[in-house]
Design a protein around this ligand. Structure first.
Ligand code: UDP
Ligand code: MG
Length: 309
């Protein structure tokens, strides 16, 4: 018998815990046919509602259900890491609690693993049910990201992914504090099969990602998987130096030939504003990397456990 670990990060998902369980075991025959034993690991990311109670109830009925809860909200990335660490399975799958990752895809995904793929990932081809502005910025992010990073980051990729133990170990070996999972999966490599499906809307409850949270997350992705912004700021610095040098010569020559002192403070103000703006901007970029380095150097744990069964 092979063991399949289903890892489910949950943050305030009280309405979805039971539904997820029911939905997963609805097509029970598949697991039996393939000789798969299943364990469900709910990773509670510091929920403040009844999520933990729901999981405990399920655990009492079915010992295949497990819980690992955090002392506070550490973010989905940390929950994924914790789940991979806790899982004992030969195969591991990451799924959202809100049923946006349809369990009905599992047989197909498993088929590809049998064919020899190391991991089977999913991407949604539509963004139905999402605010248009959010879709626009999401697309923009992926376009920029793939230009400036050598790690491939797939547009619309979900975290729904079935992988072998070997891939999971590779991901666990990346113990960085700033975890951008989409990049980490690309970085570790291995043969990955991509499945596409239409976006499924969240069953119950609301998305945990505000626009601002997504924006900060995207900056995290850029600093974690690209140093291009640093190069751009260096190039900008060099460009402004050159420009200044040329202008100095022009002014000196003009003064010597025409003897007319350059007038006009408005132009001066504009130049000062522009250049100091660029300086601050570049300083900000350096600051981003420095702050990430600072957090990394502290070597803080990625999560702190409250309860584990
Ligand atoms: N999640 C989490 N910690 C967080 C935010 C979200 O564990 O800080 C979980 C959430 O419970 C869900 C999954 O991550 O199972 C995806 O979250 P959500 O559905 O809100 O994101 P979306 O599908 O809108 O991208
Ligand atoms: Mg969701």
């Amino acid at each position: 018998m092979k063991l399949l670990s289903v890892i489910v990060p949950c943050y305030n998902e009280e309405e979805n815990i039971r539904d997820f369980y029911d939905e997963l075991f609805k097509n029970n025959s598949f697991f039996k046919e393939k000789g798969l034993e299943v364990e469900i690991l709910y990773i509670d990311d510091g929920s403040v509602d009844k999520t933990i109670e729901e999981i405990r109830k399920l655990h009492e009925q079915d010992e295949r259900v497990h819980l690992l809860s955090f002392s506070r909200n550490f973010g989905k990335e940390s929950a994924i890491y914790a789940g991979l660490q806790k899982a004992k399975g030969d195969l591991l799958v990451l799924m959202d609690a809100d049923l946006q990752d349809p369990p009905s895809l599992l047989p197909e995904m498993y088929g590809y693993i049998e064919q020899g793929y190391d991991s089977v990932a999913t991407r949604r081809v539509s963004r139905k049910g999402e605010p248009p502005i959010r879709s626009f910025f999401a697309r923009l992010f992926y376009r920029i990201m793939n230009k400036i990073s050598r790690t491939e980051i797939v547009d619309g990729a979900r975290d729904y992914r079935l992988m072998t133990r070997q891939v999971a170990e590779a991901i666990l070996s990346m113990s960085e504090y700033n975890r951008f999972t989409k990049g980490i999966f690309g970085w570790v490599g291995y043969e990955t099969k991509w499945l596409e499906y239409e976006n499924v809307e969240r069953k119950k409850g609301e998305t945990k990602w505000s626009f601002w949270k997504l924006f900060v997350y995207s900056l995290e992705g850029i600093t974690a998987f690209s140093t291009m912004p640093l190069t751009i700021s260096a190039v900008m610095g060099a460009f402004f130096c050159m420009l200044a040098f040329i202008l100095i010569i022009v002014i000196i020559v003009k003064t010597l030939i025409f003897g007319d002192p350059t007038s006009g403070w408005p132009s001066m103000v504009c130049i000062i504003l522009l250049v100091s703006g660029v300086q601050l901007f570049c300083l900000g970029i350096v600051g981003q990397y420095l702050s990430k380095t600072y957090m990394e150097v502290k070597r803080r744990p990625i999560y702190i456990v409250k309860e584990d069964f």
